[in-house]
Design a binder for this molecule. Structure first.
Ligand SMILES: [Zn+2]
Length: 227
């Protein structure tokens, strides 16, 4: 039995990974395809079972998923069994789906797609920074979004909040302790609330020289990496 969310059937990626917000709202994470899709000879319809109604942000995912399901070529046999073609030729191609997803991400924050560079640090740090800014680090919340079964998505260090990329690198009290000391060392006073992106841009004080800013950015990147 193919899983609607966790088998690779409609696209090369699992639907749980393509539509993480919806997947979180799914009541039965391992529902079969036939439990989530109603196929008729004229059209297909998604038959969702959500823990609560999708919010505004989630409804964009819902539109995309409906679009995918409606345009997917199923073959109906015996009234209630559906077969699918892995290399389907429906209107909705993988390319069009990835375009939709890319557009959605770009719509959210195009700045995250720029690569930040700093030649004072090794390449692997630049890659780490790129992944962190796009929330592609293996923290509990991200693993959970990608359909990995976990006992808890809370931060294992402080247990105060969900372990997101922002939490583990900035807001966790363990991270805050480190940042307070680093800011103190550079004489910036204590750190104000900021985002991962601001952190990695590492602008520093406006009076600093270009080299000073670059060194400060390198210090921030190394600290974040070590955290
Ligand atoms: Zn924490």
């Amino acid at each position: 039995m193919l899983s609607f969310w966790n088998s690779r059937w409609a696209t090369e990626a699992r639907l749980s990974g393509l539509f993480p917000r919806l997947f979180r709202l799914e009541v039965e994470k391992d529902a079969a395809i036939r439990e989530r899709v109603v196929v008729t000879t004229t059209s297909n319809r998604l038959s969702g079972n959500w823990t609560r109604l999708p919010s505004r942000r989630t409804s964009r995912e819902l539109d995309n998923l409906n679009n995918l399901i409606e345009n997917y070529e199923f073959t109906v046999q015996g009234g209630d069994t559906c077969f699918w073609k892995i290399a389907h030729t429906g209107i909705f191609t993988i390319r069009s789906l990835s375009l939709v997803i890319d557009n959605q991400l770009i719509e959210e924050d195009p700045r995250l797609f720029e690569t930040l560079r700093n030649n004072l640090v090794p390449k692997k740090l630049e890659i780490f920074v790129w992944r962190a800014r796009q929330k592609r680090l293996p923290v509990m919340k991200e693993l959970d979004k990608r359909g990995i079964d976990l006992n808890s998505v809370r931060c294992p260090l402080c247990d105060d909040d969900l372990e997101t990329v922002d939490h583990s690198l900035i807001f966790c009290k363990c991270a805050m302790d480190v940042w307070d000391r680093v800011f103190d060392w550079w004489g910036f006073g204590s750190m104000a609330n900021f985002s991962i992106d601001e952190l990695f841009r590492g602008n520093g004080p406006t009076s600093a020289s270009t080299l000073g800013k670059k060194i400060w950015q390198a210090v921030e990147w190394v600290c974040a990496y070590l955290i």
